[in-house]
Design a protein around this ligand. Structure first.
Ligand code: SAM
Length: 344
């Protein structure tokens, strides 16, 4: 019964063509997972505890569960993953696809809906999370959803150091361990470790995360707020960029090839932008902002304020830069990822 419910919601998600449909079916998926009431009061503190690792903060069980309510994010990652697997099936017609979902959280919500649409002999899956409560919960869920005839391994491990067995080349890595402007969470370190392990012709989801620099009035930019009605606003109108915002430059685009492996290998754990000239008259755009655009797969994207992870981020006010002519931005991710600036 549960599998049939999941299959029906998954089919609707894949066929969804409007924001309104996407949000409607994401809510159905969220309600679907909620019915399993995976909360266990015996260890509440453990479920609320984040894990701080070298590379960023791994969300707690409870925080990761709530990610499912970031509706467009959930639906578009599911769609992107589904279409990526369809492409891989054509590219590797004689192989069973090895898939790693790094940071699966308590419901593995990006992959379980997709798996319900696939044959059990299409894929060999690893669901991995650093949080043990989450991996226990995923195992319980797999049993309840009757996925026992699929090849699925659930591992409690750190995706920043995980090594895929050589005999099982990775065709697809799915990971969403990020926050806006790639701060706080360890997406960059996870990508630096996993992207180079993807086999030739394989895919990374998201395909590309682009960060760009702009000057703006941060308080006037669209910003998805954490409240129940916020998605109703998205149905009515797409978020509109502040009309006096100035786009300055792309900082970097992270993807399967540009994956920060070198920054880890050479122990710099750092990105430095070029120097930018400080504008003279910035009354209409006093804030130095970073924008996050996510290309999940092909034409499936998340843009400005469509998700909590694509909200704009303010690094500093240009008013702090007086008596200087230039500045550069610096991103470090050895510990908790963060942006700072240097003035010249
Ligand atoms: C933003 S939540 C996303 C949860 C779920 N994938 C979803 O899409 O709703 C990120 C998850 O990644 C896990 N995570 C973060 N860093 C990790 C790491 N280095 N290794 C393994 N899991 C990690 C966290 O524990 C959390 O469950």
């Amino acid at each position: 019964m549960y599998r049939a419910q999941l299959l029906a919601i998954s089919e609707r998600i894949i066929a969804s063509a409007t924001i309104s449909e996407e949000i409607q079916y994401a809510k159905q998926l969220s309600d679907f997972f909620a019915q399993f009431n995976l909360e266990n009061d015996e260890t509440p503190l453990q479920k609320k505890t984040e894990t701080i690792i070298q590379g960023g903060v791994a969300l707690s069980f409870a925080e990761a569960a709530v990610c499912l309510n970031d509706y467009l994010r959930a639906v578009r990652f599911i769609k992107g993953t589904y279409f990526a697997i369809e492409e891989l099936k054509e590219k590797f017609p004689t192989e069973k696809l090895n898939i790693l979902y790094a940071g699966c959280g308590p419901y593995a919500p990006i992959l379980l809906p997709v798996l319900s649409l696939l044959n059990n002999n299409d894929v060999d899956v690893v669901l991995l999370d650093i949080n043990e409560c989450s991996t226990i919960s995923v195992k319980e869920l797999l049993a309840k959803l009757n996925f026992s005839n699929y090849s699925i391994e659930v591992i409690c491990s750190n995706a920043i150091t995980y090594k895929q067995p050589e005999l099982k080349p990775l065709h697809l890595v799915v990971t969403e361990t990020m926050f806006r402007a790639l701060i706080s969470e360890p997406q960059v370190s996870v990508t630096a470790n996993l992207a180079p392990q993807i086999t030739e012709g394989g895919l990374l989801i998201p395909q590309e995360i682009k960060l760009s620099l702009g000057y703006s009035f941060f308080a006037k930019e669209p910003f998805l707020q954490n409240d129940n009605t916020v998605f109703d606003v998205l149905i009515e109108k797409a978020p509109k960029v502040y009309n006096k915002q100035v786009k300055v430059d792309t900082l970097f685009s992270m993807n399967k090839c540009y994956n920060f492996f070198d920054a880890v290998h050479y122990n710099t754990f750092k990105f430095e932008s070029p120097l930018y000239e400080i504008p003279k008259d910035f009354a209409n755009y006093p804030d130095v902002c970073i924008y996050t655009d996510i290309l999940i797969f092909k034409n499936i994207k998340l843009g400005l304020a469509e998700s909590y992870i694509t909200n704009p981020y303010c690094v500093a006010s240009l008013f702090n830069f007086t008596n200087h002519t230039h500045f550069k931005l610096i991103y470090t991710f050895k510990e908790i990822p963060n942006w700072t600036y240097q003035l010249k």
